[in-house]
Design a protein around this ligand. Structure first.
Ligand code: FAD
Length: 460
């Protein structure tokens, strides 16, 4: 009897417990359902859709090697899956468990209607695996990380199973029917150039091998945005072309500080899931009290604030490092982590705009946009989250820029400043700033004072 494997952000065959279980039970029907209903306002953003197209294409090829197929459908999973089960006579649906609040709801609902077998596998350990001494889930990263390191003793990676096909295949949409690529206008040129056709499991593992060669320098170089010194695997991990367990395992005997730091970054990814399991709205609502609409200069209060938000989005704030990051994001769908922190902090503290506007922009423009990771990092930068109150720790974008960029990153993404000296490029004075580059939206000192004053006033 055929077994359905329902795929979401787990677009791979290796280390995929749902594929493995299904293959043991019978012929396998893999299905991906493009569902813009179930996630509500969290439907996939534009950049994620672009990546998804290529990830699906690559999975189709991998399945082709097994003479298998990927069935594509559109609609609400709660309608489509039961129908597909009926059509094919499949009684069991296997899937990897996901923790985004809309998926948790849908998983619960589907379990009432069919035999849905959920398997772990997209995280190092399932959320809830490590707890504090008193048995509650962790809220703070460092003790969570330490417990994870203690709890993990390597992984048994599931090999790619051999798949047999059903007697007949159900109908499928084509990849083009899903309409995931931009057409008019085609804004994906920068993405194609940056990612250079590198999609799917094999490409991700190749990229990882390359990263291993430089991983001993990761501790120092991971903060330098002009260097290709981090793994850049975040979109592959987000869409599940590789599992973090595969990377942990492939790291094998690498014991450098850099290797440990990389593993700690993978634990950050698990940590974000641990938080959204405890606080499902973590990406949508500040955890701390006092950061409601009154606190922020919200764009709906006036067109000038709206214009500032747009200047940030388009990389026109007058702060070269912020603008370089925002333009890298717009062009490639990815931004270096150090610059994500600087740019996010600038929106929240310098412009005093609610972090949720930034979170939404990232949701639409990142190829790795992830409900848990994005929300967790935005709340962390903003100081509105579970960590001790950090709003008053205000990052200085200009000194960050001098510290982490020798100017090359800015020259690449803000070409109108390319001719400025290494000294001027971080903070071009009016006398050397080209006309095509805007003046600062607000001075650093003034912005800092405004933020601190707003904070003090909110406490009165
Ligand atoms: P590497 O340094 O090679 O790290 C390896 C992997 O560890 C990453 O691919 C990622 O899966 C994970 N990781 C690393 N840092 C973090 C982190 N701080 N939080 C969670 N996971 C992490 N990452 C996302 O995957 N999706 C997001 O939507 C996202 N939004 C962010 C928003 C803000 C404001 C900030 C400051 C960070 C955000 N990050 C997000 C985290 C981080 O910036 C990216 O994961 C990282 O830059 C990806 O590059 P890399 O693969 O080269 O990372």
């Amino acid at each position: 009897e055929p077994q359905i494997v329902w795929l979401r952000r787990d677009l791979r065959l290796t280390d995929h417990a749902a594929f493995t279980a299904a293959a043991q039970a019978g012929p396998v029907i893999p299905v991906y359902i493009l569902d813009d209903e179930t996630p509500g306002e969290r439907k996939l953003g534009g950049a994620s859709r672009w990546w998804l197209h290529h990830a699906l294409e690559s999975l189709q090829k991998d399945l082709g090697r097994h003479s298998s197929k990927l069935i594509l459908r559109r609609g609400s999973v709660c309608d489509v899956l039961p129908k597909l089960a009926e059509e094919t006579g499949a009684k069991t649906v296997h899937a990897i468990r996901h923790y985004d609040p809309w998926w948790r709801k849908a998983q619960g609902k589907l379990k009432d209607e069919l035999d849905l077998q959920l398997h772990d596998g997209n995280y190092l350990l399932p959320p809830g695996s490590v707890t504090t001494g008193s048995g509650s889930p962790y809220k703070i990263f460092t003790p969570f990380k330490d417990s994870m390191f203690d709890a993990i003793h390597g992984f048994d990676i599931l090999p790619e199973p051999s798949l047999s096909s059903p007697d007949s295949w159900p109908e499928s949409d084509t990849l083009e029917d899903l309409d995931l690529l931009p057409t008019k206008p085609d804004w994906a040129g920068g993405m194609r150039a940056f990612w250079d056709g590198q999609h799917g499991t094999a490409a991700a593992m190749e990229r990882f091998d390359r990263f291993l060669d430089v991983s001993k320098d990761y501790i120092d170089d991971r903060n330098l945005p002009s260097e290709d010194a981090t793994s850049r695997l975040s979109p592959h991990l987000h869409h599940g072309e590789v599992s973090p367990r595969m990377l942990w395992d492939a790291m094998g005997n690498y014991t450098s500080e850099g290797a440990r730091m990389f593993r700690a970054e993978l634990i950050w990814r698990d940590y974000a899931q641990n938080l959204i399991c405890q606080f499902p709205k973590y990406a949508m609502e500040p955890y701390r009290e006092g950061y409601d609409d009154n606190f922020w200069r919200n764009p709906n209060r006036g067109h000038l604030i709206q214009e500032e938000l747009e200047a940030w989005q388009m990389g026109q704030t007058g702060y070269p490092i912020v603008d370089a990051g925002m333009r890298q994001l717009w062009a490639t769908g990815w931004m270096h982590n150090r610059v994500r922190m600087i740019a996010a902090s600038f929106l929240v503290k310098h412009l005093l705009i609610d972090w949720r506007h930034g979170e939404k922009w990232f949701w639409d423009t990142l190829v790795d946009a992830d409900y848990g990771s994005n929300g967790t990092n935005w709340q962390w930068v903003s100081g509105t989250g579970v960590d001790s109150n950090m709003f008053v720790r205000i990052m200085a974008p200009l000194s960050q820029s001098e510290k982490f960029d020798a100017g090359d990153y800015i020259r690449e993404w803000v070409p109108e400043l390319a001719d400025l000296s290494d000294r001027d490029i971080h903070d071009p004075s009016d006398s050397c700033r080209p006309k095509s580059y805007p003046a600062k939206l607000i001075g650093h000192k003034e912005a800092r004072e405004r933020a601190l004053e707003t904070y003090r006033a909110s406490k009165d």
